[in-house]
Design a protein around this ligand. Structure first.
Ligand SMILES: Cc1cc2nc3c(=O)[nH]c(=O)nc-3n(C[C@H](O)[C@H](O)[C@H](O)COP(=O)(O)OP(=O)(O)OC[C@H]3O[C@@H](n4cnc5c(N)ncnc54)[C@H](O)[C@@H]3O)c2cc1C
Length: 460
């Protein structure tokens, strides 16, 4: 135990007893995130409602040397918010206000507990959009989105979270509050510490506010679904679309297994005999979008698509995107343990990566499902296994290792958007040089000399 009575009393004074959980049955809910193999119950959970409270909690942890694991919606898929060394979970969900919205400057200032979907609902009323769109928007919070540098289907055209964070209010691991960045679009003032903290996975302190860059919501968007009999063929189409001078907002891939499983869960009328479905969203000015829909349809047909289904209205489009959003639930619901990988390769190498996964699946007899953001090369090959069957699990991990090695050999990376967390710790050294790893560790030590912030993550 790292939290003694005096610490618990002080935490209760800081946040009030109603914002402190210490009962075993309450704590159990905070042992998990969206991964299926990591669990560790914290000793307490606190829900601060102000920056001053967050700072006081972190200062206490710094003085008394106990672990603090920040948590937003707990939807990450790398083990990031699992308090693997016990201690305190710092729940930011009750700091959930949109503090400022400046339509003329395309800027919003938000607290960390704002749920991403709620932000975009509020922005839509003013014709605005925060583009990063992790498929968990209904539960993910801005704190988690920033700390994971989350992406999503819209990454193809609009980039990921780091492209939309202009500044941060940040509580350093000694409890001091600093303000980084500004509301300006351009800012060249010394080292860009804002970007150091984006994607820091709760290991370098706590976000208590973010200044976000917004864009005007595109006036029109249309969806089409191309049906393929060969999944690798589908993976090659996106590059052809881009080569034709068209930049879709989204290009997403679902393989046969995922299509069939989604239909089993929620019949949406997807073509269950197809080997792959490639979903496109094209957005922009209505006339331009209509023209691009025709051109993408023609490219898909010329590239082997058996059929191209163009959504006739918003409801039909929603049906396809609901299917895509259900992808992870479809995969995770089918096996006791899922290793949902997040490798990213240069776009032109997608067919190569898909072929390798299929080859590994055939050779091992272990199911590898492919779903992902074909548009930006970020695929989620998901290995279905069972952590309680040591022999099967060992083989699944070897497959994961093989996929990482293949992605790296293709010039890719081991994580495009989910982060390292616990899941990819053993593989970090494959992906970065010893010197780079050392620089990362030095930075961590400089900012968090006692190692209190989310210990046990990113490296072992
Ligand atoms: C069905 C499903 C679909 C998903 N789709 C996508 C996708 O398309 N793209 C994508 O990128 N991800 C996706 N994810 C993963 C996940 O939703 C994102 O990583 C999301 O950003 C996590 O937000 P959260 O609020 O749940 O954070 P949590 O899971 O609570 O925390 C994530 C990490 O951030 C840290 N953290 C949380 N809040 C703060 C804070 N205020 N300050 C500092 N650190 C903090 C935590 O310590 C942890 O390390 C998906 C997950 C699910 C379950």
């Amino acid at each position: 135990m790292t939290l003694d009575r005096a610490i618990l009393r002080r935490l209760s004074e800081i946040v009030g007893p109603a914002n402190l959980l210490t009962e075993a049955e309450d704590l159990a809910a905070y042992a998990y995130d969206a991964t299926s193999r990591w669990a560790q119950r914290p000793e307490a959970v606190v829900f601060p409602t102000t920056t001053d409270q967050v700072a006081a909690i972190v200062r206490l942890a710094h003085e008394r040397r106990f672990p603090v694991t920040p948590r937003g919606g707990g939807t990450n898929v790398s083990g990031g918010s699992v308090p693997i060394q016990g201690g305190l979970v710092l729940g930011l969900a009750r700091m959930n206000r949109i503090l400022e919205l400046h339509a003329e400057n395309l800027v919003a200032v938000v607290e960390p507990g704002v749920v991403l979907m709620n932000l975009n609902l509020a922005l839509a009323q003013q014709g605005l959009l925060f583009p990063p769109d992790p498929q968990s928007a209904v539960g993910a919070t801005l704190g988690g989105v920033v700390a994971e540098n989350a992406g999503g289907p819209a990454g193809l055209k609009y980039g990921v979270t780091k492209h939309y964070v202009l500044g941060l209010e940040w509580v350093l691991p000694d409890g001091e509050v600093v303000h980084l960045g500004a509301t300006t679009t351009k800012n060249r003032t010394g080292y860009d510490l804002t970007q150091l903290f984006v994607g820091s996975e709760g290991t370098l302190g706590v976000m208590t506010k973010a200044i976000l860059r917004l864009i005007p919501k595109p006036p029109a968007a249309r969806t089409l679904a191309a049906v393929f009999d060969e999944v690798a063929e589908a993976g090659a189409v996106v590059s052809k679309v881009l080569a034709a001078g068209i930049l879709p907002a989204k290009a997403e891939l679902l393989d046969r297994w995922v299509i069939q499983r989604i239909e089993e869960m929620m019949p949406l009328g997807l073509p269950t005999d197809a080997d792959a479905l490639l979903l496109f969203e094209l957005d922009g000015a209505p006339e331009a979008v209509d023209r691009e829909v025709e051109r993408v349809t023609a490219i898909c047909r010329a590239s082997g698509a058996r059929n191209v289904l163009v959504a006739r209205n918003a409801d039909e489009a929603l049906r396809y995107w609901t299917a895509r959003k259900a992808g992870f639930a479809a995969v995770f619901g089918k096996a006791r343990t899922t290793l949902a990988e997040d490798v990213t390769v240069p776009r032109s190498q997608i067919p190569n990566l898909i072929r390798k996964c299929k080859e590994l699946e055939r050779a091992s007899g272990i199911t590898i499902v492919i779903i992902g953001h074909a548009g930006d090369g970020n695929l989620h090959p998901s290995i279905l296994t069972d952590a309680e069957d040591p022999e099967h699990f060992q083989r699944a991990q070897e497959l994961m290792h093989a996929i990482f090695n293949h992605a790296l050999a293709l010039g890719g990376v081991i994580s495009g958007e989910h982060g390292v967390g616990l899941e990819k710790r053993p593989f970090l050294a494959l992906a970065v040089s010893p010197r780079v790893l050392q620089v990362m560790k030095d930075l961590k030590r400089l900012l968090d000399p006692h190692g209190i912030m989310n210990p046990g993550k990113i490296w072992e």
